[in-house]
Write a protein that binds this ligand. Structure first.
Ligand SMILES: Cc1cc2nc3c(=O)[nH]c(=O)nc-3n(C[C@H](O)[C@H](O)[C@H](O)COP(=O)(O)O)c2cc1C
Length: 353
């Protein structure tokens, strides 16, 4: 179990997130570093308030299903079929084996994840948030119930829908979020947080509606996979995997606009690399703040650095608790922040020649 004795400076950082008691609002976000027991133990020792475990991907479940079906057919590959085709049961509609194999595969994939979650829960005494990364509303929700049985404290659903399908309207895309949440809620009593991107035609309204459908928190935002172009090979490549310290402003804008208007907690994610941007997200109204890239770039010592920097700043400004300054600079009293932003933009840019 974690030794808290050297964290006396954190006593006034206590925060409630998703109904859970956190010793402070700094969360290790879901990433490749939250995929091992030893890392999670170290993250706890360094002082994070909670950990979001590496996501189980919806596609992982579908792929595992394909593998089992392939083996069952004596190695005859079914990999030419898109997972969609297999899972739609078109091929196996009347095949009794299908449902058995499908359920078996699902249990096994999840089995490893479930064992891992149980072990994590036994290894640390901070809240552990499991995570599922999903893109569709297709037959995976019952896993959520098994996740609850591991004893984890909450479930984060990373719903990542890139609105690039020409055949689907904004309403079609948005509906998937609500369908997924409704289905998962049928299977679990765990507090649910939804991690989302920012591709909504009316972000403020959509996020507000999401906050009203029974979830306890919204994680803003998932940092999307970015494509790039390599001009030497004249081929497609990928953009930077890690955020930079300048990227926090996008999340900051939306946390400050949305806090006070939504009916659940807000967890800020993207671009927080030091105590300054951590404090800014809290001032804007974030309940908690998640970091991932900073853990890769700076190492786990960034955790005590952020917490110490925050404590020192709080002492300087005479804030005894986080609640005393959380949301102090939220734009919750503004009906349309865009108008104010326009004036600020005109003032600033008209002076630059
Ligand atoms: C290597 C890597 C792996 C990630 N894996 C996941 C994941 O499995 N599930 C998830 O919800 N987010 C994942 N993320 C996204 C992070 O949780 C986070 O939302 C994003 O990186 C923005 O925060 P940051 O600026 O602190 O990195 C990953 C990020 C990185 C860098």
């Amino acid at each position: 179990m974690t030794d808290h004795t050297h964290f006396s400076f954190m006593e006034n950082l206590f925060t409630t997130y998703l109904g859970l008691k956190l010793r402070n609002p700094l969360i290790a976000g879901s990433c490749g570093l939250t995929n091992s027991i030893s890392n999670i133990k170290e993250l706890a020792t360094k002082g994070v308030g909670a950990v979001v475990v590496k996501s189980l991907f919806e596609e992982q479940i579908h792929l595992e299903t394909e593998k089992v079906i392939k083996n069952d057919q004596g190695g005859v590959s079914t990999f030419n079929h898109a997972p969609d085709t297999l899972l739609s049961k078109r091929i196996y509609d009347y095949d009794e084996a299908y449902s058995y194999i499908y359920d078996f595969a699902k249990r096994n994939t999840l089995g490893k994840y479930l064992d891992f979650l149980k072990e994590v829960k036994n290894s640390v005494d901070i809240p552990i948030i499991a995570s599922i990364n999903c893109v569709s509303n297709q037959d995976w929700h019952s896993f959520a119930n098994k996740i609850e049985e591991t004893g984890v404290d909450a479930l984060e659903l990373n719903i990542y829908i890139l609105p690039s399908d020409w055949r689907r309207s904004g309403e079609d895309n948005e509906k998937i979020y609500f369908d997924i949440i409704r289905e998962v809620r049928n299977y679990v009593n765990l507090p649910i947080a939804v991690k989302t991107g920012f591709y909504f035609s009316s972000l403020a309204q959509s996020v507000k509606k999401l906050s009203q459908c029974g979830i306890k928190g919204l994680v803003l935002f998932n940092r999307p996979y970015n494509t790039d172009i390599d001009i030497d090979t004249i081929d497609l490549s990928h953009g930077p995997i890690f955020s930079t310290a300048e990227e926090y402003t996008h999340t900051l804008r939306w946390i400050s606009i949305l806090s006070g208007h939504v009916d659940c907690d807000l967890s800020a994610s993207t671009g927080v690399h030091d105590h300054k941007s951590f404090i800014k997200q809290l001032l804007a109204g974030a309940t908690t703040v998640q970091i991932a890239s900073a853990l890769y770039k700076e190492g786990f010592d960034i955790i005590p650095e952020i917490l110490k920097g925050t404590s020192t700043w709080m002492k300087k400004h005479k804030f005894d608790t986080v609640d005393l300054f959380r949301g102090k600079l939220s734009k919750s009293n503004l009906e349309n922040p865009a108008a104010i932003e326009r004036v600020q933009f005109m003032k600033l840019y008209s002076g630059i020649e």
